[in-house]
Design a protein around this ligand. Sequence first.
Ligand code: SF4
Ligand code: SF4
Length: 189
Amino acid sequence: MSETYTFTFMKEVSSLLHAADGNPFPMCVQCGTCSGSCPVAAYMDYTPRQIIAMVNAGLKDQVMESNTFWYCASCYQCTVRCPQDISITELMYALQRYSIWKNRYKEGMIGPAFSEAFAKTIVRTGRTFEPILAPSYIFSFKMREFFQEIQNATELMLKGRLPILPPRIKRLDNFKRMIRRILPMGGAE
Ligand code: SF4
Ligand code: SF4
């Protein structure tokens, strides 16, 4: 008789980490070293330790509704200090990918639109281009900061420090072929 394989939330997220080093999340002993090392834990809805416990417990809705993985600063402090060698930073990236894939995230987060715009620019041109990324966050600024940003960008353009059109790398087709082997391209092309 064939065995039924249940694809739990934890297994779904783990499958997005297939290329990362580190032990499986169930090996977490809830010591809290990751949370104690995290410079932005105070601003997160749940600390890294809590997020690991919630992923292991299959609390998908609560995890998706949290700001934790969008606030991660990718400093890797948690990962290098974890006594169980768990790749917590990579988990944060995996949750971001999962969130965009399932189109589920906390209302008002800038991260999803910013990440999507960033990935599309890289895939299409091989380079980042700030003016394309700006709309994902600039409208959240107060009026004064908004105009300050516009003024800064204009000055940078006039001094030739910010290109008017997105720059493209050489051999872009080769780059796209390489990226296609690593990532599902979705609608990014
Ligand atoms: S440091 Fe590692 S073992 Fe400790 S709570 Fe964080 S993930 Fe779990
Ligand atoms: S990598 Fe992210 S979760 Fe880990 S300590 Fe740094 S900011 Fe916190």
